[in-house]
Design a binder for this molecule. Structure first.
Ligand code: BG6
Length: 300
């Protein structure tokens, strides 16, 4: 669909319009009474979210590249239909292909409370089918209000069951890692990727002072990012998710990635709601699975 078609069919005055920001990269620009947000059609990737009168809730690297087929550093990458490396084929992209392929807009709506609702669907192609032979659909529903609500809905449209790994790989903006504690995972078991997937149990809140890359399993709990610098907490409430990933690459890895910027890792932390490793979802033919995350700001 061309930019003109998109705006004719889906733009809503005082809520959403579509813009081309670089060659072929179209974003939905959402602005309503509660918040502003930008969503790239590639990957249905929420790049920014900022409630009015607040600092941004979502972190976007100042060096993020908006380019076809490339993942955007920051925002809410959609990891689907697997998380991390592919189980059997190391040539396939980490975290699946959903975040780097085009999605289409299915629906936009102004809600009675002044929020904006948008629904996107991944466009199947030869490229996606070659990597994922299971007939299935995946949609992302986004509600931009005072809070940001994200729903990732997968449907098995084929005749055989499949295993699904997924995550909303959300980057949150914080004042500084040194002033931040992540709560909600006390007593949870986790696999520590920095220590070759060794298993540990979380004691107390998480303080980040070196590389952290952990998959917490069997947890449906809310998480809260307490930020003493911004005097706020970001609440991450979720449904349909039994894993939470906490990630900060720290200096050396961030430098190697090339799109974090100098000391960029100090101003972000990823708290990812999903299902992976022990918690992959098995979807029988005809079944639907919904992963929901809601991000809101509380005073500290
Ligand atoms: C996290 C993983 O979810 O994503 C990390 O646990 C990984 O191991 C990180 O480095 C970033 O991945 P990518 O592919 O976006 O650079």
């Amino acid at each position: 669909m061309t930019l003109t078609d998109l705006n004719q069919r889906f733009a809503i005055g005082n809520h959403v319009q579509f813009k081309e920001i670089t060659d072929g990269m179209i974003i939905a620009e959402v602005a309503n009474q509660h918040a502003i947000a930008n969503i790239a059609l590639q990957g249905a990737h929420i790049a920014t979210f900022q409630p009015r009168g607040e600092e941004p809730v979502i972190w976007l690297s100042p060096h993020a590249k908006f380019a076809q087929g490339k993942s955007i550093r920051g925002g809410v990458p959609v990891c689907w239909p697997w998380f991390g490396p592919h189980k059997t084929d190391s040539k396939l992209p980490g975290h699946g292909f959903a975040r780097t392929v085009p999605w289409e807009v299915f629906e936009t709506k102004a809600l009675p409370d002044g929020s904006t609702f948008l629904r996107f669907g991944l466009i199947e192609s030869g490229v996606t089918r070659a990597q994922w032979p299971h007939p299935s659909t995946v949609q992302l529903e986004v509600t931009v209000g005072r809070a940001l609500r994200v729903e990732l809905v997968t449907h098995n449209a084929g005749g055989a069951a499949f295993e699904l790994g997924e995550a909303l790989h959300t980057y949150f903006q914080i004042s500084d890692v040194a002033k931040t504690t992540i709560r909600g995972l006390d007593n949870c078991a986790y696999l520590d990727k920095v220590q070759d997937f060794a298993r540990f149990t979380q004691q107390d809140g998480i303080v980040i002072d070196s590389e952290v890359d952990r998959v917490y399993i069997n947890t449906a709990a809310d998480c809260v990012i307490e930020d003493k610098g911004l005097k706020r907490a970001i609440r991450i409430a979720k449904q349909g998710s039994m894993s939470t990933v906490v990630w900060n690459p720290w200096t050396e890895k961030a430098d190697k990635m090339g799109d974090f910027g100098e000391e960029g890792h100090r101003g972000m932390v990823c708290v990812e709601s999903g299902n992976m490793m022990d918690n992959v979802v098995v979807l029988a033919p005809g079944e639907m699975h919904k992963l929901v995350a809601v991000y809101s700001v509380e005073k500290l």
